[in-house]
Design a binder for this molecule. Structure first.
Ligand SMILES: Cc1cc2nc3c(=O)[nH]c(=O)nc-3n(C[C@H](O)[C@H](O)[C@H](O)COP(=O)(O)OP(=O)(O)OC[C@H]3O[C@@H](n4cnc5c(N)ncnc54)[C@H](O)[C@@H]3O)c2cc1C
Length: 379
């Protein structure tokens, strides 16, 4: 039961955004920047965002050589370049909006370890650099084999090392916290611990039914953005979205850690970076695609053992380390790598911004801009 005060002050909005991850908050930020007088609500089911945005590795990257080549097998060159451009512009937008210091951005560069099985990809290095030159006006990937020894990698495994000076790392927690603060300062109302159960059109508005532990509640909005990524099928079961879990570990501080940068291996299925003097390592989804197509926030011995084994033999050979923490986040994939950004087919006041894949930190800010554009200009 609502009071008169609650009903008149809290239930009616111009824009309502479902999901408080990077896409939802970036959409709120873009709308609040363009239309500061509009009433904007973000509804998040977790106490903290509960998906991928506060669980990821914090790579500010747009694709390693072997990942881009794998993508070229399933999409056209034009589509791939458009996706790379979206990632790059998204990273620039994120950094410009929040500031490098606030998000802990470090321009340390990205690397890719090339093993025996991947060496043949190097033949295509000149042609990939040529394609990317159109976008970046510089050579993106260079060989830095001298650094294999400098970083202390196992040279039996790592036959070559590629470097990309346009990439970096950021502090995921500080980035999300400052994005949250940014939208709050602009008058966006954020409700957490509240799950959207259902939405439908009613009297020209969208009625959004939600539930928290303590109460059920209904909000009305002129326009709604659905930014629920891997969990979208709970609201719209027919969408082409599959969850993909990502498991991560971080070591305790390692004295004199030599690894500095954002590193990829095996088409981006493995990734590691420094966080201060700790090493964060994640991936391995390709070792158990079926088991990892889940929304369960759990780590598994299979993936964790694999990560530890690679850490011991490839990344930190001859170094003692202890794992300090392990966690999992949930991404969203589909039959292709393109995000879904469009009006809902039967609810024209509802807009979808979902299926961010494995580089949502990169594209999230631009997807927010695209959603804000659609919401602002739809009649
Ligand atoms: C381990 C891991 C490492 C990664 N590393 C990187 C990286 O280094 N660089 C990179 O660019 N990307 C990375 N990613 C991918 C990136 O984190 C995601 O693509 C991005 O965070 C997706 O953002 P989102 O806002 O679309 O989704 P999410 O962050 O999942 O946000 C969706 C939100 O919607 C909420 N929600 C869902 N259903 C409802 C509902 N019914 N009612 C209310 N709220 C709801 C959820 O609780 C969630 O908070 C990684 C992902 C993982 C898991």
């Amino acid at each position: 039961m609502l009071s008169f005060w609650e009903k008149t002050s809290f239930t009616d909005y111009d824009y309502l955004i479902i999901g408080g991850g990077i896409v939802g908050l970036s959409t709120a930020a873009a709308l609040a920047e363009r239309q500061p007088d509009k009433r904007i609500l973000v509804i998040e089911r977790g106490i903290l965002p509960l998906g991928a945005s506060t669980k990821n590795a914090g790579f500010a990257c747009f694709g390693s050589l072997t990942e881009l080549l794998a993508d070229l097998r399933v999409m056209s060159e034009e589509q791939l370049l458009a996706l790379v451009e979206l990632r790059w512009k998204g990273l620039l937008r994120l950094r410009q909006r929040l500031g490098d210091q606030r998000i802990g951005y470090e321009p340390v560069g990205g690397y890719e370890l090339i093993d025996e099985q991947s060496v043949h990809n190097l033949e295509q290095l000149p042609s990939v650099n040529f394609k990317l030159f159109k976008l970046f006006k510089q050579t993106v990937f260079t060989l830095e084999n001298d650094k294999i020894r400098e970083f202390g990698f196992n040279a039996q495994y790592c036959k070559s090392l590629l470097f990309n000076n346009l990439e970096g790392v950021l502090h995921t927690g500080r980035m999300m916290k400052s994005l949250w603060q940014y939208v709050s300062e602009r008058g966006v109302h954020i409700v957490t611990g509240c799950q959207v159960r259902e939405l439908h059109e009613q009297a020209g508005k969208i009625r959004v039914a939600c539930q928290s532990i303590a109460q059920t509640m209904v909000f009305d909005a002129e326009k709604v953005a659905v930014c629920t990524n891997a969990f979208t099928r709970e609201l719209f079961p027919t969408l082409d979205i599959q969850p993909g879990r990502g498991q991560v570990l971080i070591t305790e501080p390692i004295p004199h850690l030599r690894v500095r940068g954002a590193f990829h291996m095996q088409e981006g299925y493995y990734y590691f970076r420094h966080v201060g003097n700790c090493l964060l390592f994640g991936g391995g989804r390709n070792a158990d695609f079926e088991g990892e197509s889940t929304t369960r926030f759990e780590t598994t011995p299979l993936i964790m053992d694999l990560l530890e084994e690679k850490l011991r033999h490839i990344i930190l050979p001859n170094t003692n380390f202890r794992v300090a923490m392990r966690w999992a986040g949930i991404m969203a994939f589909g039959s292709d790598k393109q995000p879904i950004v469009c009006p809902h087919p039967t609810l024209p006041q509802v807009f979808l911004g979902v299926r961010m894949g494995g580089m949502g930190v990169a594209i999230g800010s631009m997807i927010g801009e695209q959603l804000a554009d659609m919401m602002q200009h739809a009649s």
